[in-house]
Design a protein around this ligand. Sequence first.
Ligand code: FMN
Length: 370
Amino acid sequence: MSALFSPLTLRGVTLRNRIVVSPMCQYSAERGEASEWHMIHLGHLALSGAGLLCIEATAVEPDGRITPADLGLWDDATEAALKPVLAAIRKHSHVPVAMQLSHAGRKASSHVPWAGGQLIPVAGGGWLPHAPSALPHKAGEAPPLALDNAGLNRIREAFAASARRAARLGIDALEVHAAHGYLLHQFLSPIANQRTDEYGGSRENRWRFPLEILDIVRAAFPADKPVGVRVSATDWVEGGITLEDTIAFAHELKKRGCDWIDVSSGGVSPLQKIPLEPGYQVPFARAVKKATGLTTIAVGLITDAQHASELVEAGDADLVAMARAMLYDPRWPWHAAAQLGASVEAPPQYWRSQPRDQKALFGETTLGQR
Ligand SMILES: Cc1cc2nc3c(=O)[nH]c(=O)nc-3n(C[C@H](O)[C@H](O)[C@H](O)COP(=O)(O)O)c2cc1C
């Protein structure tokens, strides 16, 4: 059997295969509320045959949105808006659904990417972002407000409340977003964190707030459902986080019962230099997994089924997350299964699409019912 199509159980949740639909911001919510777009977007990805579908970065408070159009989960209205989307997924797919909980920190209050992504000033309808230190992301941008104790508390409570709401919605797993230069990554990285209290300075101090958030989310979410963390393994910039820092941090995550580490990179500095090539972040995933034994997700320019399967087979990672390739070809897992001689779950409405030379693609059970 192809390693990519072997199941994996995390706490009480079993993934049918190792393919994860990576979280992807859609900038299509209104006041944080999921829209028809989420029904279409998540609905069709729920039929992709992936082992896990992760909902985009979901803001735990309005201030923590990257853009005014970000998805959120901070009040009854945002919770209610996700309900029909999840109900539709549940009705037509068995895919476990994860959600990435996020706070944008100093990268909040920006225009959507297709409008340029620049910071929106308060006068233009934006808001003043909060961050570990009053340091802007880009030179020349207005500095964010440094979080004080009350602000840290507000954010702790927001993560806990969102995790409780996610549990109520029946979300199967959570991923804490501590990558890509958003708030928790800002705490981790000396590039964005120059605090002089117990949340800044030494590596252990910079880890403190992200680890508190993991503990808080873990405590607020059912014990039989997994909670993972996405990190940027390196900042790709002088003076930033290195792979060695990330491995040490991953040991702390493991001690706290973190169920997976999703190994991405970059995002905290516009000065980053990223050598893009297929699987460019896999070496980080491999190193983290080898050093810690944590369940590890590899991500980044993995688009070829054979490559994806080989890296699971080789033990470089336990799971492979895919973003752009999944948008380009939402049936990527079907095609991968066909190529690798495996099977995927397909909705009965689509069974007739099974290629003549792929009689087992939709599995024994579905075939039996045809
Ligand atoms: C449209 C789009 C939206 C994204 N939004 C998020 C997000 O919400 N959270 C996150 O951690 N990464 C996000 N990413 C990054 C992806 O999850 C992934 O890590 C990255 O695109 C590399 O994987 P790929 O080469 O398979 O696309 C986004 C990427 C894309 C293309």
